[in-house]
Design a protein around this ligand. Structure first.
Ligand SMILES: [Fe+2]
Length: 298
């Protein structure tokens, strides 16, 4: 499916052995910058790591609409839940249902690691460098996809390393292409600086809590798993340092945290489903960020 997310149809309108090598196919774009602004839109919501959890979507989407009057766009930081062979269209249908009730026009997704990358890349290959419509409101962005909202420039650069890859089945429940290649990073960098960088993976030197978790290794990941993750993080760090965003938004670590770096970049780590800090608002004019709290508390 393809189309234009400014005119949604319901409106008027790695394996560690490969971690050091570039992929054969480069699924990135930096050639066009699409203006995805909706008329009058001045604020968007941020969320991440829903993991195809329909029950959570039934809470967080209405909550976002209540807390951010007039919001029509959710930018999602990955581990959204693109698992068509496992869950069919049901999760996408759930997101469509709750979005329609909340007057959310679109959910623009930066894919995470826990997505069915074989299917995503097949979709991206049909229309290279294009955002892809997956359902009534859900769109997914290829690595390096650049767009603007209300004059502010964004880049989406998805993927990440599954630390539990050794417990998963290659190309069934874990996909080599979950991790960006160096070639994809190079191509994304070539497009120059960006105001807001949307990733799933975190960076080296991120927020304090994220750094503490990575350093403490509370889940006891082994050396191979940690090395695999480090390669992924290093690549995203290289991208981040090159495109010099004012704001970096990521998921993956499943914790709410934020920091301002020495160079003035604001970094926000979104928590996952069923955690406080899973959603925030972002003012497109002022750049102000506001955490939205916990949907379960009235
Ligand atoms: Fe996740």
């Amino acid at each position: 499916m393809r189309g234009n997310p400014t005119t949604p149809s319901r409106l008027p309108a790695c394996h560690p052995d490969r971690a050091g090598a570039a992929h054969d196919g480069v699924m990135t774009t930096n050639e066009t910058v699409d203006d995805l602004s909706l008329p009058g839109e001045s604020v968007v919501a941020m969320a991440g790591d829903w993991h195809a959890d329909s029950r959570w979507c039934g809470q967080v989407i209405p909550f976002i609409a209540r807390k951010v009057p007039g919001v029509r766009t959710i930018l999602h930081a990955g581990d959204f839940g693109f698992w068509p062979p496992l869950r069919g269209k049901s999760f996408l249908g759930t997101v469509d249902y709750w979005s329609a009730r909340a007057n959310i026009s679109r959910v623009l997704v930066t894919p995470g690691n826990h997505e069915q990358w074989a299917n995503l890349n097949a979709e991206f290959a049909k229309n290279p460098n294009q955002i892809v419509q997956m359902s009534e409101v859900v769109w997914v962005m290829p690595r390096g996809f650049r767009f603007t909202l209300a004059g502010r420039s964004f880049m989406s650069f998805g993927g990440g390393a599954s630390l539990d890859f050794q417990d998963r089945v290659p190309e069934v429940s874990w996909f080599y292409d979950e991790m960006a290649s160096d070639a994809e990073v190079d191509q994304a960098i070539a497009g120059g600086p960006v105001d807001v960088l949307l990733t799933h993976e975190t960076i080296d030197g991120g927020t304090p809590l994220v750094e503490r978790i990575i350093g403490a290794n509370p889940m006891g990941w082994n050396a191979t798993e940690l090395a695999y993750s480090a390669v992924s993080r290093r690549r995203i760090t290289r991208l981040y340092e090159a495109v010099k965003p004012e704001v970096l938004v990521h998921g993956h670590i499943h914790v709410k945290d934020e920091t301002v770096t020495a160079t003035g970049t604001r970094i926000y780590s979104l928590a996952c489903d069923w955690e406080q800090g899973n959603a925030a608002s972002f003012d497109l004019e002022s750049g102000a960020w506001q955490w939205l709290g916990d949907p379960r508390r009235r």
